[in-house]
Design a binder for this molecule. Structure first.
Ligand code: MTE
Length: 332
């Protein structure tokens, strides 16, 4: 991080300048497209984008200028096109549905095969040095974004609890209190948190994810506390979520309350729900198609047309050695 320097988060890529320019371009293009063809997917998206206001995170270490050449996805798109099934399965509806989700106070319990299990308050986790990480984000559904996350390597948290030699995996769990929406949550004050039942969402809650320990310890794997220099908006997984940029987006579990070190491969929500479609590893791989669609290309949100999907989402140089000797069509 020698080329990095500490900055006020307000100095991070100014999304307003970017947004205005982008909106201008988009409005122009869409108006043109609408006139020419009568089609423009945004024109048919009923809810207007929700403006998100969250506090800034101070003293973020900015990523190296060379970290990624791709153009950033706008703050507006990142916060209005979401997957968060606990709230709704409508991507454009998550921002509203999660509006009243209360994330203060918040604790993350780190336990299992560790020498020093501990329940961390979110304030303590926000005191860990926060870094900007601009990553490509590829959803298994075939869309992608480029997101300037703020966060810290998971390793920094795991080092504090001292994983034991037997620990081989890390299990993650999202907060869930849909059974009692009026709020007797483990760490929520009273109030309607807006979450729905497993039955209406179609997947079992709490949402579960997992990584191999060596994957979790990889320097690119982070726990994210914000985007664009601001605290994480509810719809993106406030107050803390996983981001593993070389894996499909569903591995990046939101609103984490528990992290458990284990010696067995943990159950994960999507592989339990549809094992023939989603595996434990879920590395981005253009050569291994989803049974119902190709993974060779993706739609970058904010762009027209499709672009080629990159092996390991473009992070092969850094992570391919984690999977040496593994047949990635079997370990999908
Ligand atoms: N985490 C929880 N708890 N619940 C979810 O429904 N959706 C996943 C992942 N993490 C999900 C979750 C999926 S499918 C994706 S693509 C990403 O979150 C979307 O993250 P974003 O809304 O910040 O883009």
């Amino acid at each position: 991080m020698s080329e990095s320097k500490k900055i006020k988060s307000s100095e991070i890529t100014d999304e307003r300048t970017y947004l205005n320019r982008r909106n201008f371009i988009r409005t122009g293009v869409l108006a043109g497209a609408a006139v020419a063809t009568g089609v423009g997917y945004r024109l048919f998206n009923p809810p207007p984008p929700k403006e998100v206001v969250t506090a800034e995170i101070d003293d973020v270490i900015r990523s190296k200028p060379t970290s990624l050449k791709d153009e950033l996805t706008s703050f507006e798109d990142i916060t209005n096109y979401n997957n968060y099934y606990e709230f709704t399965t409508s991507k454009t509806g998550v921002a509203s549905a999660a509006e009243n989700f209360v994330t203060k106070p918040w604790t993350v319990s780190v336990d299992g095969l560790v020498n020093k299990p501990k329940v961390f308050g979110i304030e303590e986790l926000l005191k860990i040095e926060q870094e900007e990480r601009i990553y490509r984000f590829r959803c298994v559904e075939g869309w992608s974004m480029v997101i300037p996350w703020v966060g810290f390597p998971i390793k920094k948290l795991l080092d504090k609890v001292e994983p034991q030699g037997k620990a081989k995996y890390v299990a993650f769990q999202t907060f869930y209190d849909g059974s009692n929406p009026k709020g007797k949550g483990v760490n929520l004050p009273k109030g309607d948190n807006g979450m729905q039942s497993s039955l209406s969402a179609g997947i079992e809650f709490p949402y579960l994810e997992g990584l191999r320990l060596d994957e979790a310890l990889h320097p690119l794997a982070i726990l994210a506390t914000g985007i664009y220099g601001k605290l994480m908006p509810n719809q993106n997984g406030a107050p803390i979520r996983l981001v593993v940029p070389w894996k499909y987006g569903f591995k990046s579990i939101k609103s984490i309350v528990r992290i458990t070190l284990t010696d067995k491969q943990p159950i994960t929500t999507w592989s339990r729900s549809a094992p023939s479609e989603y595996g434990f590893y879920s590395n981005v791989n253009p050569k291994v198609d989803h049974p119902r669609w190709s993974q060779a290309t993706e739609r970058r949100i904010g762009e027209f047309g499709r672009r080629d999907t990159l092996m390991f989402n473009g992070y092969g140089e850094e992570v391919a050695n984690l999977y040496k000797g593994m047949d990635l069509s079997k370990f999908y």
